[in-house]
Every structure is written in C-alpha cells, then in structure tokens.
Design a protein around this ligand. Structure first.
Ligand code: MG
Length: 393
C-alpha cells in the first residue's frame, strides 16, 4: 500500500484570528507556537515515520508560501513540497492533487490543523483501506444535538444514534478522487473529500477510534492542546563529570570514537571519559545513582568493558522509566591531541547512540592552557549536561 499525503493548510484561519483575545497576527494560524514549535510542524512530523507515505504535498496560503518553504528546509524533511492553495478547502486539495509526482494509487488527505493524529489511528485507517476505496476517521457523536428553526428556536432534538463526526485523515483511491472533482457539480464547495466522493456514488467507510484528534479552530482549542502537551511530559536535567589519568600505550576512546594518540586513559573499562560523564549525567537526571553503583571497578566482569555497552544499559533503564534523551551538551578538557575534525565524528556517533538529531548534540573541546594535570597532558576531564523528557501518559 503506497499513498501520497495531501495536507490542507490553505485556510485563512479567520475563525481563529477572531477568537484571539490578544490581537497577534501570524501569516497562517498554523504557525502559532505549540509546545515550542509551530502547530503545523507537529502535524507534518506525525506522518514522517509512516512507511506507506511516499510523498507529501502541502497546500499553503499563497501569502505564506515562503514561511512554509523555510519550514521544510529547516526540518530537512524529505519528499515534502509546497503548493499554493485555493479559495476553498476543496480547491486547495485539487491543486495539491495536480502536484503529486509519485505513482501512489492512494491519496491520504489531512487537515493541517489536526496536530494530534496518532500512529495507531493511522494504521487502523490503512488496514481498513485494504477492503475499501474510501475510508475516513470518525467519532461517534456524544453531544445532544438540537435542530433550530430560525436562529434559536429549537425545532427538535436529533437522535444521535447514527450520528458521527467526520475527521481526517481520509484515505481514498486517487483515481476516484480525480474523477469526482470532474463529475460532481459544485465539487469545489465540498467540505471534505468523503462527501465529494459520496456525491459521486462512492461508498464511504468510517474507522472509529478513541484517540484525541481535535481540529484547532479557535484559540481556545490551541490552549487546550498546548496544556495537554505540556502536562504530558516532564523535563529533567543531569550533570556528569569524569577524569582519567592518561598513560602511554592505551587507546584514546572519546564518545565511542577511537582518536589516534600515543597516550590513552587508564581505567578498569576502556576509560572513555566522555561516555562516563554522559552516563553519570543520565543517571543524575533519572535519580538512579552513579556509574560506580552500576559498574563497579571491583567487578572483574566489567574489566575492559566497552563504555558504549555501559551507556546502552543505562539508556535501556531510562527508557523503562519512560525517559528519553532530548539534548546533550558536553565539554572535553584535553591538552593533546587537538580534536579538530574528530568533534564532528564524535557528535555524529553520540547522536546515533542517543537517538538524537545531529543538532541536539554539542561537543566543545578545550585545552587547560598548560595548567594543572590536564594542561600537563597527564589527564583528560569531560563534563556533560543532559536533558531528559519523561513521558507522563
Ligand atoms: Mg571514568
């Protein structure tokens, strides 16, 4: 199953703007900050790990094209393109449909303003699409619904037994969608793709789910989602420091990378002072003791153990406790050799070990200007500051 994703992000956001108590103008409501990054980035990011999606086309407001293009570049997303939207949602989706390059037989359409879409709901949808040409996420209506005469006189209370609220994503055959646009009268007024295909006679199937997939329409919605995201994780910081004596003939391991030198750290393990500082920083943040508690230098079992293995064990424990490393900053104090290009190599290796983006790892190298044991080339000292996020839900 291969699908192209269309994100409808072309709306003006006028309802959103009107709901703001403090008048603050953004070129698109989708750029309002949510948990530290624009709302729309959460939406796009949610689809990045989905194996079925080969390509993403975002229909953006013509006035905000530059903003969207900059965002794609900044996040280094692959196969994501931007196209100007139209005056209605249906027109925007139509325009995006013309820009699809891949030959995927399915199209997945999603509202840019639904940042909370989960992998579970998405996979449920893909599974259902094996049997149907058109499937959409939906929720059973739980509110009491009134039908009014005029503006405010209740005519009747509608039975909600068979009422559902349509959500996105909606997943459908690309051919059928293209055909519906060409054959259904007033196609460009359709408020979602399923209603357009229904008008063309295609059977539409709902996939109900229990995840929270709100559409951010007004400022209050944004505040609610923001509170939910902020309340669902906790941040902790840990600090670690390690010094090793440097002696002739030992390999110089630093952050899991072998640095050519005639001296290396003396130690029970491989003596990787940088990894030891990082391990202590993680243990500091999780409140799980120190490296000596975990890997005693009295224990023959740990003789010459690779520090990368030690880190893997500590990370495993942190993950069990629902912690995830979010950022790492380090300082290496070493007189010789000059680390130069090795800094980038160590950074890339640590990013891989910690499952972090490259720019969430920092390596700083210093000399001690000839002072003290580090300055005399007799020791190496490393310091690490690590930020962990704990998932509370
Ligand atoms: Mg050590």
């Amino acid at each position: 199953m291969r699908a192209s994703l269309i994100i409808a992000a072309g709306g003006s956001g006028s309802r959103f703007e009107n709901s703001l108590q403090v008048k603050q103008k953004f070129l698109s409501k989708l750029f309002y900050p949510l948990a530290g990054r624009p709302l729309i980035e959460h939406t796009i990011e949610a689809f990045q790990p989905v194996p079925q999606i080969k390509e993403t086309v975002i229909a953006a407001p013509a006035s905000a094209l530059k903003l969207f293009k900059e965002m794609v570049r900044r996040n280094k997303w692959k196969n994501v393109s931007i196209t100007p939207g139209g005056s209605t949602r249906a027109e925007s989706v139509w325009k995006a449909l013309q820009k699809i390059k891949s030959s995927s037989p399915f199209v997945l359409v999603h509202d840019g303003a639904r940042p909370m879409i989960t992998q579970e709901a998405l996979q449920k949808l893909f599974k259902a699409s094996r049997k149907h040409d058109l499937v959409l996420l939906a929720k059973k209506v739980t509110a009491t619904i009134k039908e009014a005469e005029g503006k405010d006189l209740v005519q009747r209370t509608v039975s909600r037994d068979f009422l559902y609220e349509a959500e996105t994503p909606q997943l459908m055959s690309r051919k059928l969608l293209e055909k519906a646009y060409k054959t259904v009268p007033h196609a460009f007024q359709a408020t979602d793709e399923s209603s357009l295909l229904e008008a063309a006679g295609v059977k539409s199937y709902m996939v109900t789910h229990s995840d929270w997939n709100p559409k951010i329409t007004n400022y209050q919605d944004l505040k609610l989602v923001s509170a939910y995201l902020n309340a669902s994780s906790l941040t902790r910081t840990g600090f670690g420091r390690d010094t090793h004596r440097l002696v002739a003939g030992r390999p110089l391991w630093l952050g899991g990378v072998l640095v050519p030198h005639d001296r290396g750290p003396l130690g029970h393990s491989d003596g990787d002072a940088l990894l030891h500082a990082i391990i202590d920083a993680i243990l500091g943040a999780t409140g799980a003791g120190d490296i000596g508690d975990w890997f005693s230098d009295q224990d023959e079992h740990f003789k010459d153990i690779s520090s990368s293995m030690m880190l893997a064990k500590i990370l495993h424990d942190a993950k069990q406790k629902k912690y995830q490393v979010a950022h790492l900053d380090t300082v290496i104090t070493l007189e010789r050799p000059r680390l130069g290009d090795f800094k980038q190599k160590i950074k890339a290796h640590l990013a891989q070990l910690l499952e972090l983006p490259f720019d969430a790892v920092s390596i700083k190298a210093k000399t001690a200007e000839g002072m003290g044991p580090e300055g005399a080339g007799l020791a190496i000292t490393c310091e690490a500051l690590v930020t962990l996020k704990k998932d509370l839900l």
